[in-house]
Design a protein around this ligand. Structure first.
Ligand code: DOR
Ligand code: ZN
Length: 342
C-alpha cells in the first residue's frame, strides 16, 4: 500500500508553550491534526477556566481550523464550582495532574495525592476526565521504577475508589502500565508517544549521551518498549495517539542540566505510519490516531481527511523559530511516509 487516506487525526497530548515558540510549533501540529489536547504546564500554569480561555485565545490567534482542547492544571485550589464550570465549557476537556516536581514546570503540582481525593470525587461527579503524569517524584525511588511505583501506590487505589472517573494514563512507558490499562475498566485509557515506541534507554545512553532523546517518563528497557509498541498496534481502543511533543530550545537540551522533552510534532503522524507499517498494522493506524481518543473523550470523530503517501521523507536537522532553534525528534533521519492535507 503506497497511499493511505485516513480521518484527520487528533493528538491527545501536546505541549504548545506560548509566544514565539507557540507560533512556530502550532504550524507543525495543524498540518497533520484537527485537534489536540493542550497541556497546561506553562511557566504560569493554567489553573482555572479563565486562564484556560485566555490560553485558548492565544493559540487560536496563531492557527486557522485547528481546535485546541484545553486542560486545567490540577491544584488544591480546584473548587467544586470550578470543576463544574470546566465540565460545562466546550473548550475544556479535562484536568492534568502532575505530582509536584516530576517534570517540566510541575513545581505547582500535587505534593500528596491522597489529600486530594475530594477533588477526584467532584471530577467523577461532573464526568470531567483526569489526565495523569503517572510517575512518583521520590528521591528514594529509582527513576526507571517511578511509573510502576505510581501504579502500585496510587493509580490502583484511585481507579478502585473512583470507578466512574475517566482517567488517561499519559505517555505510558512500561509493560506494567500496558497491563494495568489493559486490565482496567473502560474508564481507563492511555496515550502512547512515538518516542516511547521507537526508542529504549540505549538510545539515550549508549555511545554518548543523547540529550534530544531525554524525556519523562525516561526511556526504559527494550522489553518495555516492545510492550508499548504492541499496545499501540493492538487495535485495543484503550490505547491512542498522544505525542507528548514538547519543544525546548536547542541550548536548553544541550546543557549540563538538560530539559526533558522530545519535539516530534513536525513529523508525528508520519512517524506513527512508519511504525504501523513496519509492524504490519497499517490497518490499525486510523483507529489509534483518529477514533479511539475522540471516542474516549466523547468528541465527534473528525470529518476532514489526511492523505499519507509512501515516499522518502527527510526529517529536518533543525527548526528555526523567533525564540531560537528547535531540534526535532530523529533530526536528519529518513522515514518512509509523508502526509498531505486531503
Ligand atoms: O519529556 C517531557 N516533557 N515530559 C513531560 O512530562 C513534560 C514535557 C515538557 O513539558 O517539556
Ligand atoms: Zn506531556
Amino acid at each position: 500500500m503506497n497511499e493511505l487516506i485516513i480521518t484527520k487525526p487528533d493528538d491527545m497530548h501536546l505541549h504548545l508553550r506560548q509566544g514565539e515558540l507557540l507560533k512556530t510549533v502550532i504550524k507543525d501540529t495543524e498540518k497533520q491534526f484537527a485537534r489536540a489536547v493542550v497541556m497546561p504546564n506553562l511557566n504560569n500554569p493554567v489553573m482555572n477556566v479563565t486562564l484556560a480561555e485566555d490560553y485558548y485565545n492565544e493559540i487560536k490567534q496563531s492557527c486557522s481550523v485547528f481546535e485546541p482542547l484545553m486542560t486545567l492544571y490540577f491544584t488544591d485550589q480546584l473548587t467544586e464550582q470550578e470543576i463544574k464550570k470546566a465540565s460545562a465549557s466546550p473548550k475544556i476537556i479535562g484536568i492534568k495532574l502532575y505530582p509536584a516536581g516530576v517534570t517540566t514546570n510541575s513545581s505547582h503540582g500535587v505534593k500528596s495525592i491522597k489529600d486530594h481525593y475530594h477533588i477526584f470525587e467532584k471530577m467523577e461527579k461532573y464526568d470531567l476526565p483526569l489526565l495523569i503524569h503517572g510517575e512518583v517524584n521520590d528521591k528514594n525511588i529509582d527513576v526507571f521504577d517511578r511509573e510502576k511505583v505510581f501504579i502500585d501506590n496510587y493509580l490502583s487505589e484511585i481507579t478502585s475508589l473512583f470507578p466512574s472517573l475517566r482517567i488517561v494514563f499519559e505517555h505510558i512507558s512500561t509493560k506494567d502500565a500496558v497491563s494495568f490499562v489493559s486490565q482496567s475498566s473502560e474508564k481507563i485509557a492511555a496515550t502512547i508517544t512515538p518516542h516511547h515506541i521507537l526508542m529504549n534507554r540505549n538510545d539515550l545512553l549508549v555511545g554518548g549521551i543523547k540529550p534530544h532523546n531525554y524525556c519523562l517518563p525516561v526511556l526504559k528497557r527494550k522489553i518495555h518498549q516492545e510492550a508499548v509498541l504492541n499496545a499501540a498496534i493492538s487495535g485495543n481502543a484503550k490505547f491512542f495517539l498522544g505525542t507528548d511533543s514538547a519543544p525546548h530550545l536547542k541550548y536548553e537540551k544541550e546543557s549540563a542540566c538538560g530539559c526533558a522533552g522530545v519535539y516530534s510534532a513536525s513529523n508525528a503522524i508520519e512517524l506513527y505510519a512508519d511504525i504501523f507499517e513496519k509492524n504490519n498494522a497499517l490497518d490499525k493506524l486510523e483507529g489509534f490516531s483518529s477514533f479511539y481518543g475522540a471516542d474516549f473523550y466523547n468528541l465527534p470523530r473528525n470529518k476532514s481527511k489526511l492523505k499519507l503517501i509512501k515516499q522518502q521523507n527527510k526529517i529536518l536537522e533543525s527548526i528555526p523559530s523567533e525564540a531560537g532553534e528547535i531540534i526535532p525528534f530523529m533530526a536528519g533521519k529518513i522515514i518512509q511516509w509523508q502526509s498531505f492535507d486531503d
